[in-house]
Design a protein around this ligand. Structure first.
Ligand code: PLP
Length: 294
């Protein structure tokens, strides 16, 4: 349950305990839906246009007609954000969760006729990355990427990711870094960057990875600040030999991975290229807080 207690469901704003979804919703029965997580800094949504574009792409990818215009999505998101800003002024950062499922229909795998999708959303406080994670880094393990072949879709059917994250949790590490056919894909809930000899590398976009909004921002910032970077295939050995490894996501932002499979990454500390990137990212985040950048 969220801390804020106001949710949006199918056109209505309700207290969370009054929001009811049918057990025959295809989101519940099949995981037949998509979702978005949008960070909010100082009341301003982070890269809203990019998040809404990904949401639009995902709906098209699974043939759900987009139920809202961009303006309607923006209005709904801002209403949830402003509710928090007004009623919980001490909360600095938030996140908006949006889920759209194909809707309610008798159980049959194939798409039902024309039914309205279910749209659910809420705003909540953003979990803040622990300062010691940023300072000392986190641990990860490598795992075979046993997910499906359409990982570019931000699908709510996340069972494989759930099992991989649970494996990581059972081994007391933060992330499972996934390897498919000897190549790095991404984390179970993050994108991955490596640094070797000061060159920053991340796998190219495609069906094997989620096009992370944080990943795309980093690629943009690397370019803008004229750092040395490339989007390229990365072998498992490249990963194991990296000087630095970073994980990125809306919720985790950028975290250094300083132990992989129980061994130090580089010298086992957050690296200099990471620290520089973090400064650049924080400056960008501050400009969102100020409202000078969207
Ligand atoms: C599998 C996967 N890859 C990458 C990401 C990072 O995407 P974003 O930066 O848009 O949060 C996520 C985020 O949850 C994810 O689940």
């Amino acid at each position: 349950m969220n801390n804020i207690d106001l949710v949006y469901l199918d056109g209505k704003y309700l207290p969370a305990n009054e929001a009811k979804i049918s057990p025959f919703d295809r989101g519940f029965i099949f995981g037949d839906g998509i979702y978005e997580v949008i960070p909010v800094f100082g009341g301003h949504a982070f890269r809203l246009a990019e998040h809404l574009q990904r949401l639009t792409n995902n709906l098209a990818a699974i043939s759900i007609t987009n139920p809202n215009t961009q303006d309607q999505w923006t209005g709904m998101i801002n209403k949830l954000i402003n509710n928090v800003v007004t009623n919980f002024p001490d909360i600095l950062d938030q996140m908006v969760y949006i889920q759209i499922t194909r809707g309610v229909a008798p159980r049959d795998h194939a798409f039902p006729g024309n039914i309205p999708p279910t749209v659910f959303a809420y705003a909540d406080t953003a979990p803040i990355a622990k300062p010691e994670y940023i300072e000392h880094g986190v641990s990860a393990i490598t795992c075979p990427d046993n997910r499906w072949q359409r990982c570019e879709i931000k699908a709510t059917s996340l069972l494989a990711n759930v099992l991989l994250r649970q494996q990581a949790a059972e081994e007391n590490v933060t992330e499972a870094i996934l390897i498919r056919d000897n190549f790095l894909t991404e984390g179970a809930a993050s994108n991955i960057f490596i640094v070797k000899n000061k060159i920053i590398r991340t796998p190219p976009k495609g069906e094997q990875i989620l096009p992370g909004i944080t990943r795309d921002l980093l690629v943009e910032l690397i370019d803008k600040h004229k750092l040395s970077g490339e989007e390229t295939m990365i072998t498992e050995q490249d990963l194991l030999d990296a000087d630095e490894i970073w994980m990125t996501s809306s919720v985790k932002e950028i975290l250094p991975v300083t132990r992989l499979n129980g061994k130090k990454v580089g010298n086992g500390l957050a690296g200099p290229v990471y620290k520089n990137m973090l400064d650049i990212y924080r400056a960008y985040k501050q400009s969102i807080r100020n409202g000078s950048v969207t």
